[in-house]
Write a protein that binds this ligand. Structure first.
Ligand SMILES: Nc1ncnc2c1ncn2[C@@H]1O[C@H](COP(=O)(O)OP(=O)(O)OP(=O)(O)O)[C@@H](O)[C@H]1O
Length: 627
């Protein structure tokens, strides 16, 4: 259906969030099978209605609604799931520092992390078929939180004493007093609306990311930040810029071209002598890979920071942190157990027992980093930034190689590209040793043998072989990132599967919000019509004709009360009604004026036409759609 101003398509059946009472107009047939309902009184009522020029003589045997308790009572003023310690917009930076330059205080706390997985290494299950080893992740005992649905069709409806409902030929009927008086109490599962709305954890994560994107630096704390560099403004330091003698600084900035946030790396005091010096950056700009932070452009010889700086503009991945921060803590000497997140005593001398990341996580990292390196090497480049502080982790487990191109311009190598690529493989080996042992210095020459012993004792043979291959030179053989693909073997399948699961989950969550957006537009239309003081010099415009019907419908949807006069709040009822309105189904409902004097029987289809006509009237087109 097309409307003016708000264009949307209700679609047949009015399927709404969580498919709440979608249905094909059967209204009451949507009572869940298995609900325990009482006896039928059976008396059909006769009522007549007159509106919109047509007169209806109707038999009704249906109540205005039957609340579905499985969607539970809701709090209509439910606060968004914001973390309590978030700063207001406009005054704070993202992970920046405020108050005093001497003792900086982080302004935007790292959002609460979800509890990390249990601190035990969960090895892959192996099966050998025809000489090939297949790896399967171990079965999970508990379903992930997001998969726990709130729907329970077996929950009973609670029908007030003296009221009964019966199923006559599949049609559930109820006769009670005025429709404004809600007769059913929802029972159980209070406040559990997860099946209809985006998962709260995901919502929190997305809100935090949005806050990070929107964060601004406090000009009092950062008086020296330039207001505009080329098309970039709103610079926010992503690291402690109060430390003197930094040669590079990382900022978040917004572009006035597209309003998008970018990550800007400033190379201090870098004077570009010739365009050839920056040629590698042109190559990096062309490299597009899901596990590489994309270089978008570079701005040489920028003077707005008080020197001559080279600015490299990358994609910004909100709240990404380095592997160092994720698994070893921020401060030097502070180590965190990569699995449990617990602090462990800094020990630069030997591997920590059980402190490394799990084998499964390590393989996931290997797969992602080798995929990135494969793309980089195939493009004739070398990463040179395979380092705990330069590999970012975004969300739960997505890795991104950052800072690409910086070493090429800051400290150009005299090694050949193939040699540099072999160095990347070494760096990957060292990184894996550090992650496996939980010791950032685990690959140091004096600790390496101990570390390898540790890997041998705690990880699979394949992992040990892979690390050995990466770290040790193979005489007469030119190593290539492609060589490690057979070592990863069938673990690729697990990785692909887990990505697909994640995609399915995110799509499902997205579709919930998609449906909510549709209902939001219905609400927008209703509210632009209702309680309008005057339209077309008609003071009573919103109180008469089609608008009056919408007003009664609004009461019917939102202002139900219990017998004792208390508000009756049921999300299921609201969503159900709005969906039916949006679909314009033929089911009829009773609307009652506030004084109880007028009773009108009207179908959702008629109500929809009332709403559309009124809305078009407001929009000025006056094109009434009558079906
Ligand atoms: N593209 C990006 N998107 C989002 N955040 C980023 C991006 N690049 C870096 N960051 C954040 O900025 C922080 C600082 O980055 P930087 O590369 O300067 O790392 P660092 O830990 O300060 O390393 P170093 O000690 O070498 O300066 C990172 O820890 C990361 O949280």
């Amino acid at each position: 259906m097309q409307g003016d101003g708000f264009v949307y398509d209700g679609g047949p059946g009015g399927v709404g969030p969580g498919n709440v009472a979608g249905g094909s107009g059967g209204g009451l047939t949507s009572v869940p099978a298995g609900s325990r309902l009482h006896q039928y009184l059976g008396a059909n009522r006769q009522a007549s209605s007159s509106f919109g020029g047509s007169h209806h003589q109707l038999h009704i045997n249906a109540p205005p609604f039957i609340p579905k308790q499985q969607f539970s009572q809701m709090s209509l003023n439910e606060a968004p799931n914001l973390p309590p310690n978030l700063p207001p917009y406009g005054t704070h930076n993202h992970r920046g520092f405020a108050n005093s330059g001497a003792n900086p205080v982080p302004l935007l706390e790292t959002p609460p992390q979800h509890p990390p997985p249990a601190p035990h290494v969960r090895p892959y299950q192996q099966e050998t078929h025809g000489g090939t080893i297949y790896f399967y992740p171990p079965p999970q005992n508990e379903p992930p939180a997001e998969e726990v649905a709130s729907f329970d069709p077996e929950l009973p409806l609670v029908v007030p004493e003296g009221h009964t409902i019966v199923n006559t030929n599949g049609c559930f009927s109820y006769q009670g007093p005025l429709p404004h008086i809600g007769k059913f109490r929802p029972k159980g599962a209070l406040g559990n609306n997860q099946a209809q709305f985006i998962n709260p954890d995901l919502k929190l994560e997305l809100i935090n990311r949005q806050l990070a994107i929107d964060a601004r630096a406090d000009p009092v704390v950062y008086p020296d930040l330039p207001t505009q560099v080329d098309h970039l403004n709103n610079f926010v330091p992503l690291e402690n810029v109060t430390i003197q003698h930094l040669s590079q600084t990382t900022y978040k900035a917004s572009s006035v071209r597209d309003g998008v946030a970018y990550c800007v790396r400033r190379i201090h005091g870098f004077r570009c002598q010739s365009p050839k010096q920056l040629q590698p950056l042109e190559n990096w700009k062309k490299l597009v890979h899901v596990n590489v932070v994309q270089l978008r452009e570079f701005l040489p010889n920028s003077r707005q920071f008080g020197d001559t700086s080279l600015l490299l503009v990358y994609d910004y991945h909100p709240l990404a942190e380095s592997l160092k921060a994720r698994h070893f803590g921020q401060g030097s000497g502070t180590f965190l157990d990569g699995i449990s997140g617990a602090k462990i005593v800094a020990n630069h001398q030997a591997p920590h027992n059980g402190a490394g990341v799990s084998e499964m996580t390590l393989w996931s990292y290997v797969i992602q980093l080798s995929a990135a390196l494969r793309a980089i090497h195939t493009s004739g480049l070398a990463a040179k930034t395979i380092d705990l502080s330069k590999i970012l982790i975004h969300g739960k487990q997505k890795l991104l190689i950052s800072c690409c191109g910086v070493p090429d311009v800051v400290s150009p190598d005299h090694m050949s590209i193939p040699q540099q690529q072999v160095e990347d493989l070494h760096a990957l080996g060292r990184l894996m040793v550090a992650l496996a042992t939980g010791n950032a210095f685990g690959a140091r020459r004096d600790l390496l043998q101990q570390s390898l012993n540790y890997v041998q004792g705690h990880y699979s043979l394949d992992m040990k072989n892979l690390i050995n291959y990466l770290l040790n030179p193979t005489p007469g053989v030119r190593k290539s990132i492609n060589d490690i693909m057979p070592m990863i073997g069938a673990r690729f399948y697990s990785q692909v599967e887990s990505h697909q699961q994640r995609t399915d989950y995110l799509e499902a969550e997205l579709s919930k919000e998609l449906e909510n957006g549709r209902l939001f537009r219905v609400l927008c239309k209703m509210n632009t019509i209702l309680e309008r003081n005057e339209h077309n010099r008609d003071e009573n415009w919103s109180e008469t004709g089609d608008r009056f019907m919408i007003k009664l419908f609004r009461d019917y949807v939102f202002h139900q009360v219990m017998e004792n006069g208390k508000p009756w709040l049921d999300m299921a009822h609201i969503v159900q009604c709005l969906n039916k309105l949006d679909a314009g189904i033929s089911e009829k409902i009773e609307l009652v004026s506030r004084d109880g004097e007028n009773l009108i029987i009207v179908s959702y289809g008629d109500l929809k036409r009332c709403m559309e006509t009124s809305f078009r009237d407001l929009c000025g087109s006056n094109v009434a759609q009558r079906h």
